[in-house]
Design a protein around this ligand. Sequence first.
Ligand code: HEM
Ligand code: HEM
Length: 201
Amino acid sequence: MPLRNNDHSYGSIAKWLHWSIALLFLGSYISVYYRQWFTQEETPENLVALQFHLSIGVTIGTLVVLRILWRLMNPAPLLEPGSRLEHVAAHIGHYALYLIMIITPLTGYLGTGVNTDYFFLFEIPKFADTWLFGSWVQNGLGMTFEQFEEPVDFIHKEVLGEWLVWLLILGHVLAALYHHFIKKDRTLLRMTIDRDSRGRG
Ligand code: HEM
Ligand code: HEM
């Protein structure tokens, strides 16, 4: 399977990044809701689940930077035939997914009050302990961490985590199923097992 995308199929690097990030999204939801629904505050399981959420989120934030760099150097395949409206919707949907892949981990990191013990291997200091927090938030905006954290947490949890991320992923998955089962085109295959590397027409 080619490493790079070609005109009509994704290459193995784009596929690997796509599916690892998709799995990590699942992991970030499982860890945070396991913590909220099945553990008591401040118990060891509660803190371990939180650290999994933070570590998975930081991994998504890092992989998405690599994914965007790779995407800039390596254009996506041409969309399968469809109406102009379908193509515009696909482009908007993909841009929106890229945006949430950046903003969700970023707001998570900026708003958290604890260090990330990255998969219990090493510690990543929380934003409030960094030089940037002092110069930008405290001196620049004149805000305390509590004042800064409130809107950032609201965006991370209430706007993105609870709503927008779900809705976008749901719409994206439904679109993929629509292509596969109703339009019966190669949209889902070219992000999965399609090994066909012929050029277009
Ligand atoms: C794409 C990655 C991420 C997703 C999808 C995500 C999603 C969520 C969701 C759904 C919640 C629960 C919202 C609620 O209270 O109902 C949450 C809470 C939280 N997130 Fe994230 N998050 C991500 C990355 C991060 C990162 C990178 C950090 C910090 C390094 C972080 C820190 C937190 C914290 C501290 C909470 C509160 C935990 C709690 O109250 O149990 N998140 N996140
Ligand atoms: C079961 C879950 C998923 C399925 C079935 C799925 C399916 C697909 C398919 C078939 C494509 C190719 C679209 C095309 O060729 O036009 C695609 C692209 C894409 N997916 Fe997913 N996906 C899933 C989860 C996710 C998640 C969780 C995210 C991110 C939060 C995501 C972000 C993207 C993005 C940004 C693209 C566009 C890639 C590019 O052209 O640069 N996907 N997905």
